[in-house]
Write a protein that binds this ligand. Structure first.
Ligand SMILES: [Zn+2]
Ligand SMILES: [Zn+2]
Ligand SMILES: [Zn+2]
Length: 173
């Protein structure tokens, strides 16, 4: 553990300060959960993170993982995101640019995007309604290009089996 290279010094400092403020102790389990969370560049549910932690230390319980994720969120290191499947996911928040999400309803793929135009439009809308915008979470649901391709291939295979008769109605030239 001593010669583990430390890529997350700042994040660890933020977490430590938060633990002190909350009157909690630094523990090896919390450190491990933080490290695995920071190393995983993905949207994780607390179960996802639990299984990753289990690979390294089987003594860590699900409740500890869940509570630590809550602490990470309070500390501003993690952010909660919801993709409409009823689960709460967590992603990196500290030093990460704001972004929004597109979610494929077929395969669950999540695309992160950022559009200054969209951001500006949202600000303008809020202003128009005298609404003080604190944060937002834009979620676009649909079908990703891979799933879209598969669908159209299925469709063309099915229609390819039909007799290729084109019925042209209307006026002839
Ligand atoms: Zn946005
Ligand atoms: Zn998809
Ligand atoms: Zn994201």
């Amino acid at each position: 553990m001593a010669d583990r290279k430390n890529d997350f010094q700042k994040e660890e400092q933020v977490f430590l300060e938060h633990l002190q403020k909350a009157g909690l102790k630094r523990t090896a389990q919390r450190d491990l959960i933080l490290e695995i969370f920071l190393r995983t560049e993905e949207h994780l549910s607390s179960e996802d993170l639990y299984w990753l932690v289990q690979k390294q230390d089987q003594s860590v319980g699900h409740t500890t993982v869940y509570r630590t994720l809550k602490l990470l969120t309070e500390a501003g290191l993690a952010r909660e995101v919801r993709f409409g499947d009823g689960k709460t996911y967590y992603e990196h928040h500290y030093n990460h640019e704001h972004h929004d999400h597109m979610i494929c309803t077929e395969c669950g793929k999540v695309i992160e995007f950022f559009s200054p135009e969209l951001e500006a439009l949202q600000d303008a809308m809020a202003e128009k309604f005298g609404f003080k915008l604190t944060h937002h979470n834009l979620r676009i649901l649909g079908v990703c290009s891979d799933c879209g391709k598969m669908e159209s291939e299925l469709y063309s295979a099915a229609s390819g089996a039909l007799p290729r008769v084109r019925v042209v109605s209307g006026k002839t030239k």
